[in-house]
Design a protein around this ligand. Structure first.
Ligand code: SAM
Length: 270
């Protein structure tokens, strides 16, 4: 699979394959909230796309019960390995884990009652196309539930992109396409989804360590890998970022806003 991946996707894959410890309070809280907004019921056929370590899939499997089933997919074998360990440890028999790239994943029509995707839609190369595929894969009356970030979140990354842009480096905002409630609604309606509901939750925190935020942003798949700066240019840009964080901070610290949307859309019955 990896030979044909774009450079950007390969970076994402490497990043997740190399994560030794993934689950933190943020990921657990976001996964639980998604399961909550999805209002799952027993007997449902569920697909969890980009399942990671299976946080959402495991919670969903408990709810849908023995007569239900969860298919959980991800393209990072490292994450799937952790998900397999979790499923075995919990003794869940109604989950199937499979390797799949969400951008390439084909389904039978009218297959699932629910399609879930927590904290991952942002990584897909062609989000509208993926949503179209999910729409077809849903049974009439079925629904999707996914989470995504506001286009201004996290503040630390927003500032990062603003500063590096002054140095001639344009980094696309990964949250731009679905970054407002209006954009989410418009996108889902254009595909045919209805009864769209969006819950908003704040996952922000005081930044505390601006240097770590610089390093995280610079090294991430959405960061500076492709950029060949001299050490001096790098240091200068970094200093400007640290200054921008300081300028945007209150007396206490920079509030790193992390606004998350939990979006639900239904495929009409007919
Ligand atoms: C931030 S994690 C979220 C994992 C899980 N859904 C959760 O909420 O804990 C993002 C996941 O998306 C997966 N991913 C990214 N791009 C993908 C793609 N194109 N196809 C399948 N999985 C993908 C990564 O491997 C990673 O496991």
């Amino acid at each position: 699979m990896t030979d044909s991946l774009s450079h950007f996707k390969q970076q994402i894959l490497n990043d997740f394959n190399n994560r030794k410890s993934y689950e933190n309070e943020f990921h657990k809280r976001a996964a639980n909230r998604l399961v909550e907004v999805a209002k799952l019921r027993s007997n449902q056929q569920v697909l969890d796309v980009a399942t990671g370590t299976g946080l959402v899939a495991a919670a969903a499997a408990r709810i849908v019960g023995d007569a239900g089933r969860v298919l959980a997919t991800d393209f990072a074998e490292g994450m799937l390995r952790q998900a397999k360990q979790k499923v075995a440890f919990l003794g869940l028999k109604n989950i199937e884990l499979a390797s799949a790239d969400a951008d390439e994943q084909e389904f039978q029509e009218n297959q699932f009652d629910v399609i879930l995707c927590s904290c991952a839609i942002v990584y897909f190369a062609d989000i509208p196309q993926v949503l179209h595929r999910w729409y077809k894969a849903l049974k009439p009356g079925g629904f999707i539930a996914f989470s995504c970030l506001a286009e201004t979140s996290p503040t630390s990354s927003f500032l990062f992109r603003e500063v590096v842009q002054k140095y001639g480096v344009a980094i696309c905002n990964p949250n731009e396409l679905l970054g407002t409630q209006q954009k989410c609604c418009r996108m889902l309606r254009s595909i045919g989804f209805e009864n769209i509901e969006i819950a908003i939750e704040q996952f922000g925190f005081y930044l505390q360590d601006a240097e770590a935020a610089w390093n995280g942003n610079a090294n991430s798949a959405f960061g500076l890998q492709e950029v060949h700066w001299s050490q001096q240019q790098l240091e200068q840009c970094k200093q400007e970022y640290l200054d921008a964080v300081k300028a945007a901070a209150s007396e206490q610290d920079l509030w790193n806003d992390v606004t998350m949307f939990f979006v639900v859309g239904r495929k009409p019955h007919q």
